[in-house]
Design a protein around this ligand. Structure first.
Ligand SMILES: N[C@@H](CCC(=O)N[C@@H](CS)C(=O)NCC(=O)O)C(=O)O
Length: 200
């Protein structure tokens, strides 16, 4: 979704290639993505992995994602790293506890401290955003990645109940037409290949 959204914002055409069962961990695919994960971007002979690197690569080609001004570009890049390095790890940790380990004793013991860390980071992010619409005044690749990272805790009521300014920011970013196009494209293969299609 991150990559599709970036491509839609930059108005760059693309073709998707879905992976078959088992293909993701096969040696051929690991030559493209060393960890056997998605996404991968192939662009005119260049193979890129890691969603952040891919979004930045796309952003280099569009002022819709990286402003021309060098200072603003540097600040936008900083927000890309902030999203992936400072905000995503604690949110991911909470999601892994809640979605995959909720019944485990260690998860119950660990959750309060993880939740505190999540709240501290979201509080800092709220302060940094302040009254602005976007992190640097105009929408950038940093906002794109931050939005997808905030999405990780959608299984909780955290944003809506305790960080309404961030929830409004997330909704503002997700109301962009490019996001709607990316989401529709992301979901389309599930309708064709998902359980509902299999049982039809
Ligand atoms: N740091 C990687 C993480 C990618 C990632 O976690 N991909 C998931 C799907 S969204 C995946 O392929 N999971 C399967 C696995 O890790 O084996 C990135 O941002 O590209």
């Amino acid at each position: 979704l991150r990559v599709r959204w970036a491509l839609e914002e930059a108005e760059l055409p693309y073709e998707q290639r879905l992976l078959g069962l088992g293909e993701q961990k096969a040696a051929d695919y690991r030559r493209l993505q060393p960890f056997g994960q998605v996404p991968v971007l192939e662009d005119d002979g260049l193979v890129l992995f890691e969603s952040g690197a891919i979004v930045l690569h796309i952003a280099e080609r569009s002022p819709a994602l990286l402003p021309a001004d060098p200072t603003l570009r540097a600040r936008a890049r900083a927000w890309v790293f902030a999203a992936l390095n400072s905000i995503e790890p604690p949110l991911q940790h909470l999601a892994e506890i809640d979605l995959f380990n909720a019944d485990q004793g260690w998860a119950k013991a660990r959750r309060p401290a993880v939740l505190e860390r999540v709240k501290a980071r979201l509080g800092d992010l709220t302060a940094a955003l302040g009254e602005r619409e976007y992190l640097e005044g105009q929408f950038t690749a940093g906002d794109l990645l931050m939005t997808t990272v905030l999405h990780i805790v959608r299984h909780t009521d955290l944003l809506r109940s305790e960080f309404p300014a961030l929830d409004a920011y997330r909704a503002r970013c997700e109301s962009r037409p490019a996001f709607a196009r990316a989401l529709a494209a992301q979901m389309a293969p599930f309708a064709l290949n998902g359980p509902a299609a299999q049982s039809a």
